[in-house]
Design a protein around this ligand. Structure first.
Ligand code: UD1
Length: 372
């Protein structure tokens, strides 16, 4: 019988957890199905600790059925350089100790970049899940993370064909690229029943299609007083007509306090702590529309066909606009864009190809096939 393939799976920040969970479930399914004939996979899960609050991390492990990490690097917050360097310093000894066949990273956060760099320098092959996405905006920290990760990775697992095109344009060899679909949608599909059984709307006293779900945390939106002030004013105005549900990211909460901004005079804005996965799915499914700068919510709203306004000048997920329910907006055009959206259908767009809940299965197949 062949020796097991050994993987180090890396997750660090909130948007990583719904991408790593389906991979773990698919590995377990592979190991059960091999019955002593096929090749098994041994994995260890490394949590870098980039996100560490219960509401930014723990709740996702529990809801998505992710096992406790084998290693928690507990790096916490810091400047980009400090956080990236701390992850690298803590991850290197894990690689040296474990000697994996592959390091598997997901998404585009600082943990993704840091662990890729460590593995590449040690000569350990890297597989990148959600490869090939590009906003072509180097002012975004995630774009730099994506560029470096993809240029070092050995297996580039893309969510959609635009990712393949981006990589080819950058000179990545065809044999490294595999279009496997959107792994985040695997988590969504797997958790739909659980989400249905969760009383999110009742608990928050919301009526389907009578509220707007808002999340904002990008540095470009919340890190300067001028931008955040304009956004706060726009949400306050929107809350005159609509219940605005705003689970607030710690970064945004911190900036609002720092800039002396609040929604105290606007009870139509329901300021909440960060929500778990199932609550967020329910809000996305039942909102009249979303206003967000998140990457993941652009995709989840596309799956549910819920109209989404993305408050950014660009997106690395163009398929959510071409096929899905997503549109870009700006502070200046927000009012008009909301009016246009409300004049349109309550649900729109279609689900892109390979957003079928079986991406992790394809990822495991590719990892086994690419094993050296
Ligand atoms: C990170 C990712 C971003 C992703 C976002 C989702 C990078 C460069 N950015 O941004 O791509 O969309 O996660 O949340 O990797 N904090 C807490 N508790 C936590 C984590 C963070 O209070 O559990 C606070 C800290 O004050 C920290 C700040 O939030 O300084 C920002 O956290 P950080 O991980 O640096 O970046 P995010 O803005 O969360």
């Amino acid at each position: 019988m062949p020796s097991p393939l050994k993987l180090l799976l890396v997750a660090g920040a909130r948007p990583n957890f719904m991408k790593i969970a389906p991979v773990i479930h698919a590995i377990r399914a592979n190991n059960t199905a091999c019955n002593g004939t096929g090749r098994k996979i041994d994995f260890r899960l490394v949590h870098t600790g980039q996100h560490y609050d219960e509401k930014m991390s723990g709740v996702f492990f529990q809801e998505l059925g992710i096992p406790a990490p084998d290693d928690n690097l507990e790096v916490g917050s810091g400047s980009h350089a400090a956080q990236t360097a701390n992850i690298m310093l803590a991850f290197e000894p894990v690689c040296l100790r474990e000697k994996p066949d592959w390091v598997v990273v997901v998404g585009d956060v600082n943990s993704t970049l840091a662990c890729t760099l460590v593995a590449a320098k040690l000569g350990i092959p890297v597989a990148h899940i959600e490869a090939g996405l590009r906003s072509y905006d180097r002012g975004m920290p995630e774009e730099l993370n994506r560029l470096v990760t993809d240029s070092l990775a050995d297996l580039l697992l893309t969510p959609s064909a635009d990712g393949d095109d981006n990589l080819r344009r950058e000179g990545v060899a065809d044999e490294k690229i595999r279009c496997v679909g959107n792994v985040m949608i695997d988590s969504l599909v797997a958790q739909l029943k659980q989400a249905d059984a969760t009383d999110t709307l009742e608990r928050l006293a919301l009526e389907p299609l009578h509220f707007v779900y808002v999340t904002l945390h990008r540095p470009s939106n919340v890190d300067t007083r001028e931008n955040l002030q304009v956004i706060v004013n726009a949400l306050a105005e929107l809350s005159g007509k609509w219940t605005v549900v705003l689970p607030i990211h710690p970064r945004t909460r911190g900036r609002m306090a720092e800039f002396g901004l609040s929604f105290d005079a606007h009870p139509g804005v329901r300021l909440l702590e960060p929500l778990g996965y199932l609550d967020s799915l329910n809000l996305t499914r039942h909102a009249r529309f979303l206003l967000t700068d998140s990457g993941g919510l652009q995709e989840e709203s596309t799956y549910f066909r819920t109209p989404c306004l993305t408050l950014r000048p660009n997106t690395e997920r163009p398929i959510t606009i071409e096929l899905g329910s997503n549109r870009l907006t700006t502070i200046a055009s927000l009012r008009d864009d909301i009016a246009t959206l409300l004049a349109g259908p309550e649900r729109l767009g279609q689900t892109p190809p390979l957003w079928d809940g079986r991406t992790a299965e394809r990822i495991v197949t590719e990892l086994l096939a690419s094993a050296r």
